[in-house]
Ligand binder design. Structure first.
Ligand SMILES: [Zn+2]
Length: 246
């Protein structure tokens, strides 16, 4: 049963001024400014929805950055240590390239704080669900599914989804993860391909040379996770109607 947003703990609520300031940041063309604002405030937007999908709602401003232990629910200690050590915008350090930092994942100022914020938003949503404080929760700034256990990848520095799933898996018997990004959700797929508790379902473009060159129909999980990883590859040029036919 839907729990009203009134049951959400007070510390998740936000003031009108805070709301306006974050909304302004989200519509600003200056990415650096958005990141800076988010990092400074250690906060993220989250909305709760009714079971029918309409936004109920209140927008909640989250002020709970993920802890180091929480980041390590998915990521390696070595990678988290590298994120913590970054203090410049230097794009060319070899040791950073080893961890995927460069090219499409440049080193940004306050990157570790950004990672804490992104993961903290999704974890806060997960905690609200686990504690039955609400039925549906969305971290609008989450979904960084390309980040890998040991490195950044595909514009993603922290895999808040894998962290959130790991956290929720200690409470929920079964979890369904649905991925609608144009790219295969490869790193979520890899993380849980052994599990028969977490069903991953990815819809993605699959053509030669298109990132990530994975996600064929016949990739369906391994071991006890066989058939618990489902892929729906498609070619470019599909319309909004195509998924209905599929
Ligand atoms: Zn993508």
């Amino acid at each position: 049963m839907w729990s009203s947003v009134g049951t959400v703990p007070a510390e998740y609520k936000f003031s009108r001024n805070e709301h306006q300031s974050v909304i302004k940041a989200r519509t600003d063309d200056e990415k650096d400014h958005i990141l800076e604002t988010l990092c400074e405030k250690k906060s993220l937007l989250l909305q709760t929805c009714t079971p029918t999908g309409s936004i109920r709602c209140e927008t909640l401003l989250l002020k709970h950055p993920a802890s180091e232990d929480e980041l390590k629910l998915f990521h390696s200690a070595a990678y988290i240590d590298v994120l913590k050590s970054l203090e410049s915008f230097d794009l060319n350090l070899d040791e950073h390239v080893e961890y995927g930092l460069g090219y499409d994942c440049p080193v940004l100022d306050n990157l570790h704080q950004l990672a804490e914020c992104v993961a903290g938003g999704t974890l806060s949503a997960a905690k609200l669900l686990v504690s039955r404080k609400c039925k549906t929760a969305i971290n609008w700034f989450g979904g960084w599914h390309h980040a890998r256990r040991d490195s950044a990848s595909g514009f993603c520095y922290i895999n808040d989804i894998a962290i959130g799933i790991q956290f929720m898996s200690t409470t929920f018997e079964r979890i369904l993860y649905i991925d609608l990004d144009v790219h295969h959700g490869m790193d979520i797929f890899n993380a849980f391909e052994n599990s028969n508790k977490i069903l991953t379902l990815s819809f993605h473009k699959h053509e030669v040379g298109f990132f990530s060159n994975s996600g064929n129909l016949d990739e369906a999980g391994i071991g006890k996770g066989k058939n618990y990883s489902l892929n729906v590859p498609y070619q470019g040029g599909i319309s909004d109607e195509t998924p209905k036919k599929m």
